[in-house]
Design a binder for this molecule. Structure first.
Ligand code: HPA
Length: 242
């Protein structure tokens, strides 16, 4: 079954039908994870709003382990993470889409692995290619006529504040193309569980200092509103192919 983790602007699986709430208990959170299971054209899909119902959990407080564990527990084997990002790459102005192929993790202090306690032996996952290539290609095909950057480096910052201009210049020197706050440890935890994982990123602003315009939540909200209907259509095409 395909899982979709919805980011900022995508809290509600309106692109699915027959949606039902499933509460999944996990060893990582006293509260159960709320997954919305639905179908699109007969295909089952599990939807999980990353920031919780009502978008209340900030990026550094998301229980990434509970979320991924719960999806795996109900039979999800492939996950599309939808992420709002700031654009660094010249083609990633507000409203543009990307399916990144690399990631750099600048976040800190997050519970970032299942391989910590009670191990029989130390485990290291291969993360050379952090995203699943077949799922990435499926997502790129599902974009159809909508322009999409078919690769790029996703920088995951800690948040919840946006970056300084100097921090973005550093990310540029590091070769980053987009910056968000929630791509990690999600991608690595998916790999630890053996889940195929890919990211569909929507640029909602130019990253700090790239344009002269001030970054405002109002402007970001406007891009999210129009971008998410495009994303919903792309997800539906990706589900049809799954
Ligand atoms: N920086 C980090 N995360 C983001 C941004 C940004 O500029 N825009 C949307 N998510």
């Amino acid at each position: 079954m395909l899982g979709v983790i919805g980011g900022t602007g995508l809290n509600d699986p309106h692109f699915l039908q027959e949606v039902q709430l499933q509460q999944v208990a996990t060893p990582y959170d006293p509260q159960s994870v709320q997954i919305l299971k639905g179908v699109f054209q007969g295909r089952p899909v599990a939807f999980l709003p990353r920031h919780g119902q009502g978008h209340k959990i900030p990026p550094h407080r998301i229980n990434y382990r509970a979320n991924l564990w719960a999806l795996h527990a109900i039979g999800v084997n492939a996950v599309i993470g939808v992420n709002a990002v700031g654009g660094l790459h010249p083609e990633l102005g507000p409203g543009a889409l990307a399916v990144p192929d690399q990631i750099i993790d600048y976040s800190w202090g997050r519970e970032h692995t299942f391989f910590a306690d009670g191990l029989e032996h130390v485990t290291h996952i291969d993360f050379t290619h952090p995203y699943d290539e077949a799922l990435r290609q499926r997502l790129i095909r599902a974009c159809g006529d909508t322009p999409v950057l078919p690769g790029g480096v996703y920088a995951c910052t800690q948040g919840p504040r946006l970056e300084s201009a100097a921090e973005i210049q550093r990310l540029q020197r590091d070769g980053c193309d987009m910056v968000g706050m929630t791509g990690m440890p999600e991608a690595a935890l998916a790999r630890e569980l053996g889940l195929a994982y890919a990211c569909l990123a929507l640029s909602v602003n130019w990253a700090a200092g790239i344009s002269d315009e001030e970054i405002t939540m109002e402007a970001i909200g406007r891009v999210l509103d129009s971008g998410m209907s495009t994303i919903a259509a792309i997800l539906q095409r990706a589900i049809q192919e799954f």
